[in-house]
Design a protein around this ligand. Structure first.
Ligand SMILES: C[S@@+](CC[C@H](N)C(=O)[O-])C[C@H]1O[C@@H](n2cnc3c(N)ncnc32)[C@H](O)[C@@H]1O
Length: 341
């Protein structure tokens, strides 16, 4: 049984079942609305026209339908929807009709995601949004992302990336994770390095322009540049952080892009989230200070905002971090911070 739901400007038919499962004939996870909101906003904010958009794991098609309905017309040449689910073509026909979307800017394929990507002539934007790890799809995605194209990658296997299963992280992401308060940023940086290494094989430098960790998943948008030297520069920034790694130690965000994204939205939740990211994007350190962890050892810890002010007064940078509500990002040393507290 299907019901019609609305997300952004899109309407899609999704299963009536309350329990979300990969086994359902059409997959739709309402929790991932935020993930899709960010994708729409990022594509609004980047300077690209007439994009060829590849959605190898399109499911209900909601993401691509939102792109077609919510982005300025000049931005999109074609959205290529693909999923290997039986009846995917029927699902898409129904959902495109429901949204009065004609055939001129749309192609629908029902293949294995890797076959779909490799059979294509390439895309300006590819969205890898799988169940669990993106690993099986990285090779084909990296091959088919255009010069200056945007590759978006989601990973929901946070148990590996956040260190619940160290061996799984070693096998899948070739790095040692942590399972403490730093796990969100460490996991995200481990994921970034893994994708960059796949890019390196094809002389493609994958530069993170917007990254975050939220709920049960991690998400990164890379700009793909071509060139051996650019790749060498990326690899130089693969290092260890404390006992974790190797991981990406470079920038997680393009601050100018984040500023544009803030201007493009009126959604309060997104603005709040983006403002925190904008502030932390200006502090190029790996990791953060969790006030709760420090508080265990220190009495009379000031409130987070007061502590941020105090750190800044001392001449250091400091901000909240989206990674953890109780943490502070700062370039202050731990020794200085403890002295200050
Ligand atoms: C997490 S869902 C994608 C959600 C979708 N991107 C969205 O925003 O709603 C993963 C989708 O990938 C499809 N899928 C899984 N493995 C696949 C493969 N090897 N080739 C093509 N599709 C695949 C599944 O059928 C499922 O619809």
């Amino acid at each position: 049984m299907l019901k019609t739901i609305t997300e952004g400007k899109a309407r899609v038919k999704v299963p009536t079942e309350e329990k979300i499962s990969s086994k359902l004939p059409v997959f739709y996870n309402p929790v991932m609305k935020f993930n899709r909101d960010v994708s729409v906003l990022l594509l609004k904010a980047i300077d690209k026209k007439a994009m060829q958009i590849g959605l190898p794991l399109a499911a209900s098609g909601v993401r691509g339908i939102r792109f077609l309905l919510e982005l300025p017309k000049s931005k999109i040449k074609t959205v290529f929807f693909n999923d290997n689910k039986k009846d995917f073509k029927k699902t898409m026909a129904a959902n495109l009709k429901l949204n009065k979307i004609g055939k001129s800017k749309v192609e629908v394929h029902n293949k294995d995601a890797n076959r779909f990507m490799l059979d294509s002539t390439g895309f300006d934007y590819i969205d890898i949004d799988p169940f669990g790890t993106p690993n099986p799809f990285l090779d084909a995605a990296v091959r088919r992302i255009a010069r200056n194209g945007i590759l978006a990658v989601t990973a929901t296997d946070t148990s590996a990336l956040c260190g619940s299963f160290t061996k799984a992280c070693l096998r899948k992401y070739w790095a040692v994770p942590v399972n403490n308060e730093q796990m969100y940023e460490v996991g995200l940086r481990i994921l970034i390095r893994k994708v960059q290494l796949i890019g390196a094989q094809f002389d493609k430098a994958l530069i993170p322009i917007f990254s975050y960790s939220k709920d049960h998943y991690m998400r990164v948008f890379f700009r793909a540049e071509k060139g051996k030297q650019k790749v060498d520069e990326i690899i130089k920034l693969h290092n260890h952080f404390q006992e974790a790694g190797p991981l990406w130690t470079g920038q997680l965000w393009d601050t100018k892009l984040v500023t544009k994204m803030i201007k493009e939205t009126e959604d309060r939740e997104l603005i709040r989230f983006l403002k925190i990211i904008k502030a932390e994007s200006k502090i190029s350190t790996v990791g953060y200070y969790d006030t709760h962890t420090i508080y265990k050892k220190q009495k009379n810890l000031p409130r987070k905002q007061d502590l941020i002010k105090k750190i800044k007064k001392k001449g250091f940078k400091a901000s909240e971090t989206h990674f953890l509500n109780t943490a502070i990002k700062s370039d202050i040393t731990k020794k200085e911070l403890l002295k200050l507290i």
